[in-house]
Design a protein around this ligand. Structure first.
Ligand code: BEZ
Length: 212
């Protein structure tokens, strides 16, 4: 059965371009992103891994480790990294799992046989420090991911985890957030000293709480 939000992200051991890892141990107390690539030496995947490498500082700032997976072998991955570094002007230093036996692809239901019998789709999972799955996104092989959206969701998830808030449609960092329904207005007045805008008793905004 497909993985659902709130499920524990399956643990595994794997060979990667930075050595063997135990997935949960590698994540430690960090947030994690696990994302699949249909195949090495393909154009869209090359741009995605380049973009991921260029965002290393953004992921680090969010205490988030990224792990890529592709069903090709380690030698292939190592050769491909040279191409990615050359063409995308980056230095890929995050692990890419060699999943030629498709163990990880199957654990995470990344092969959708009606799309391709052999290649993974572009699955992406955000995993919290509690090892629970917080987001799943599935793109087709022909569409490169929107990494700005991935960072935006990470920001939203981390705000929700820390401050009892949610984020409205099309929210971007810096805009007002929504006070969780679990917080009474009386409590919210204490909790959010920057103030509340009460549109309806169930629709209450406050400035993003982690900004000064
Ligand atoms: C790509 O990354 O460009 C790609 C990979 C597999 C199928 C189609 C496109």
């Amino acid at each position: 059965m497909a993985l659902r939000l709130g499920d524990i992200a399956p643990d595994f051991q794997a060979s990667t371009t930075i050595g063997d890892i135990h997935f949960h141990e590698f994540l430690g107390n960090s947030w994690g992103i696990l994302f699949s690539h249909p195949a090495d030496f393909t154009p869209v995947c090359t741009t995605e891994l380049g973009r991921t490498a260029s965002l290393a500082g953004e992921f680090a700032r969010r205490n988030t480790k990224v792990v890529a997976v592709s069903v090709d072998d380690l030698e292939s991955h190592k050769g491909w990294i040279q191409d990615i570094n050359e063409t995308q002007k980056v230095a890929v230093d995050f692990p890419i799992i060699a999943d030629n036996d498709k163990v990880v692809a199957n654990l995470y239901d990344m092969i959708h046989p009606n799309a391709s019998e052999t290649l993974t789709v572009r699955s992406l999972f955000i995993i919290g420090p509690d090892k629970k799955i917080k987001l799943t996104i599935t793109y087709p092989a022909s569409t490169g991911r929107n990494f700005t959206e991935v960072l935006r969701v990470l920001d939203s998830l981390q705000l929700s985890a820390n401050y009892s808030v949610a984020t409205p449609a099309d929210w971007v960092p810096g805009e007002d957030v929504i006070v969780s329904l679990a917080v009474s207005t009386e409590e919210a007045e204490q909790k959010f000293p920057k103030g509340l805008t009460i549109v309806k008793p169930y629709l209450r905004y406050t400035p993003q709480p982690d900004l000064s």
